[in-house]
Design a protein around this ligand. Structure first.
Ligand code: AMP
Length: 246
């Protein structure tokens, strides 16, 4: 199993050394359409900033893989590219940020996706005295559709590949365990289009809400350089925004 970096990225490409933040707790809200590279960037930033990575999509997929009650409840919604109810994800995030690895700070990847979720988050961060920074990854929708429909995943170890930028050594076969690669159900083109529609309709107003709540939004071009170079760009912007370590 690789370090968990997404298609086209490698941990060894990362060169910035870890420097802790001066403030007690930071929340980086990674914002951007599905397929904009949030998951890959979150993994780089987790390493660079030494804070937890919280992906609501990963948490929901874990429930589906475990086949538990919640997993069965949400499977149809996720496979259709829709959004899981706010109460479900809000509760998951509230509990998750109480875990010890979130105590120095955390990166939210895929949350908040609705104004209701954003309202909960603004209240939570204020109550805990956590400092928010929003990173808005901007990627053209045509690039996203091409990217996600070329994505492949190993059903055994979870490794991600891209048929264009990070192909396995043998076509459609996992480098790590030889399993036949699959297209994730929600990466199929019609589902990707549905996910982008859901993003436009429900999630774009979230950015306006966060701006209106006084949150700083850092806009970052998310497709014009390697994932590692984009991560360095984001880290520099965050460090400039929150100030140097003491
Ligand atoms: P992701 O991996 O972030 O693209 O999430 C995969 C799927 O999980 C989404 O298409 C939604 O169905 C569901 N999901 C993830 N995060 C949320 C959220 N914050 N609110 C509602 N549904 C979510």
């Amino acid at each position: 199993m690789p370090a968990g970096f997404g298609a086209g990225a490698a941990a060894s490409e990362w060169s910035l050394s870890y420097t802790p933040f001066a403030m007690s707790r930071l929340c980086v809200i990674l914002f951007g359409p599905p397929g904009s590279g949030k998951g890959t960037q979150a993994k780089f930033l987790k390493q660079a900033l030494g804070i937890a990575h919280i992906s609501t999509g990963d948490m929901l997929r874990e429930h589906m893989a475990a086949g538990d009650g919640l997993g069965h409840e949400i499977a149809a919604t996720i496979q259709a590219g829709g959004l899981v109810p706010d109460e479900t994800v809000n509760l998951m995030v509230e509990e998750r940020i109480e875990l010890p690895d979130s105590k120095t700070g955390f990166i939210l990847d895929g949350f908040p996706r609705t104004v209701n979720q954003a309202k909960l988050l603004v209240g939570l961060l204020a109550a805990h005295g956590i400092r928010p920074v929003v990173v808005h990854l901007k990627v053209d929708y045509n690039v996203i559709i091409a990217r996600l429909s070329g994505r492949r995943q190993c059903p055994t170890c979870g490794a991600l590949y891209s048929v264009t930028s990070n192909a396995p050594t043998v076509s459609e076969v996992c480098d790590y365990d030889g399993s036949k690669l699959v297209v994730r159900e929600d990466d199929r083109e019609e589902v990707v289009r549905e996910r982008l529609r859901a993003y436009e309709k429900q999630t774009t107003p979230v950015l306006d809400f966060l701006r209106g709540s006084g949150y700083t939004v850092l806009d970052v071009e998310g497709a014009d350089a390697s994932p590692a170079a984009i991560a360095r760009r984001i880290e520099a912007l965050i460090r400039k925004e929150v100030g140097p370590a003491q």
